[in-house]
Write a protein that binds this ligand. Sequence first.
Ligand code: ADP
Length: 399
Amino acid sequence: MKVFVVNAGSSSLKYQLIDMDNEQVLAKGLCERIGVTGAITHKAADGRVYKADTDMPTHSEAFEAVVYAMTKSEAKVIDSLDEVSAIGHRVVHGAEEFNKSALITDAMIAKVKECSVMAPLHNPANILGIEACTKTFGDKIPQVGVFDTSFHQTMPASAYIYALPYEYYEKYRVRKYGFHGTSHSFVSDRAAALEGKDKKDLKIITCHLGNGCSISAIKDGVCVDTSMGFTPLDGFMMGTRCGTLDPSTLTYIAEKEGLTFADVDSICNKKSGVLGVSGVSNDNRDVAAAAAEGNERAKLAIDMQRYQILKFVGSYVAAMNGVDSIVFTGGIGENDEELREYICENLAYLGVKLNKEANRVHGDEIKISTDDSKVNVWIIPTNEELKIARDTKAIVEAL
Ligand code: ADP
């Protein structure tokens, strides 16, 4: 069974075609500048590449370019769309409506639209992707929505209710939702498989550290807490996002500087975090280089980020009354050996022992704790597309 995986943004479209008989990626690609000009880069697994500047006024033209790339271009991988059995879409926000991936129907799209108020940048783009796909692939092919939020729907109310007047939860569903669920789910499944254990028997902490960062606590096979909240702004500091802070700082600064809600939102999401503190960049590599050259604010930003990550990991050890496995994933998690060393050394009280040689590995799946460590620590590259394809296959096969 070949599954087409779609991650539609407002002006971009990432896709993969995966052969689910052997879970091999047949082709992957990216359409950019949709609505402005339009360009596609398509790569077949054997190294052939097709690139073109093509007019893409809407997502429909982008999908037409993808179909051409997959079936007709010099990097084609299938003869016709009939070979594609199902389509899996990343959908960012499923709120409380979706606690698992689901077949896309008109009723489902209507619910996803309702969730758009909570993800105004993402959900409308995801819907555009679904609707344009239906136009291009026809309405006979089954399509599945896989939500970033659904993995976290197992959290208990004590973890997801904010200590605000309860009526805001009742009226507006203001609560912690959590994001990156597809990644947390994928890497925790993988950790259990690597350890040869049932996930239900493990307490796992998964650290997804990329441009956006979140940490999850997984116990009895399900998510019991996660660092992101009502939006992906919550948790600890990220490339440009501030993470948790005293809410009064925002009202104070807004009053001093005459800022609107939109200004505050933009400052917290786009100008804070590692970028805001360092003044150098949102990219950890640039900031680490500046710190190495003696830039004090760059050093502070890195120290703060590591400290905040450590505190989240520690709090989830407390939340689960222990931890068996810790997983690092995402661009920073998979590559930043100093960060991993800092976290592991500060968890020595739990019996965590780092294998420093293994920790030097970049981007590969590897255990970085020693054999006598009381906690297994892993680097597991995430693969959200494969998780989307697996869910899609399972749902479509059960139809
Ligand atoms: P996204 O969340 O957009 O998918 P990634 O998972 O690719 O992002 O992570 C991007 C982050 O990974 C950047 O901050 C980048 O600096 C960091 N990163 C990538 N390679 C390295 C490296 N070798 N050392 C430290 N950080 C790295």
